[in-house]
Ligand binder design. Structure first.
Ligand code: 13P
Length: 227
């Protein structure tokens, strides 16, 4: 069976109650293929999670944008994986480049977080991606492999992991990766997973593109491929 499509929306640190309500209303009216074809996941800030979950159509799901690396406790300002599970939040984004860069989350820390969240029963969108400097130095493949390796070292079951390739240079910069650029890294990543995890995981794990995109390119690429 083919891999199920996955579409996610990371709302980052944005929104008011009114705006959130408006977005959810729009999403609830959207026409999409069934859940058996595509999973749709939205990721509001923590404070809006229960609100969004309560308003969102049942075939769309919610995701947190982060969670604490281990069991909760005396970690002021953090939100634990257990709390997300308790609230019925099925997904969490881990290792977003904004957290890696602004909050110094290391590859190892991200690997620990992914492992702990999975152990608690959450599904994880694990983000990886290179900076402009790394791309220009020709180290893209090595960088994303290193980030993936740090996750692979801590987990054995990839069923509940989606790998999100999010090139840092195409996040919030106005720059976009072309479908060919994204596809090239996806292919390298899948090969890395094949050679370093297993052929089964390489065949089944979903790798999504998570940087900015130009819809025109995607549609053209799909048309070219179809023809
Ligand atoms: O960070 C992103 C997805 O997680 C995409 O960011 P922008 O849409 O701001 O480029």
């Amino acid at each position: 069976m083919g891999r199920k499509f996955f579409v996610g929306g990371n709302w980052k640190c944005n929104g008011t109650t009114e705006e959130v309500k408006k977005i959810v209303t729009t999403l609830n009216e959207a026409k999409v293929p069934g859940e058996d074809v595509v999973e749709v996941v939205v990721s509001p800030p923590f404070v809006f999670l229960p609100f969004v979950k309560s308003l969102l159509r049942p075939d769309f799901h919610v995701s947190a944008q982060n969670c604490w690396v281990r069991k909760g406790g005396a970690y002021t300002g953090e939100v634990s994986a257990e709390m997300l599970v308790n609230l019925g939040i099925p997904w969490v984004i881990i290792g977003h480049s904004e957290r890696r860069q602004l909050l110094n989350e290391s590859n190892e820390f991200v690997g620990d977080k992914v492992a702990y969240a999975l152990q608690q029963g959450l599904k994880v969108i694990a983000c990886i991606g290179e900076t402009l400097e790394q791309r220009e130095a020709g180290t893209t493949t090595a960088v994303v492999a290193e980030q993936t390796k740090a996750i692979a070292a801590k987990i054995s079951n990839w069923d509940n992991v989606v790998l999100a390739y999010e090139p840092v240079w195409a996040i919030g910069t106005g720059k976009v990766a072309t479908p060919a650029q994204a596809q090239e890294v996806h292919a390298d990543l899948r090969k890395w997973v094949h050679d370093n995890v297993s052929a089964e995981v390489a065949a089944s794990v979903r790798i999504i593109y998570g940087g900015s995109a130009e819809f025109v390119d995607i549609i053209n690429a799909a048309t070219v491929k179809k023809n």
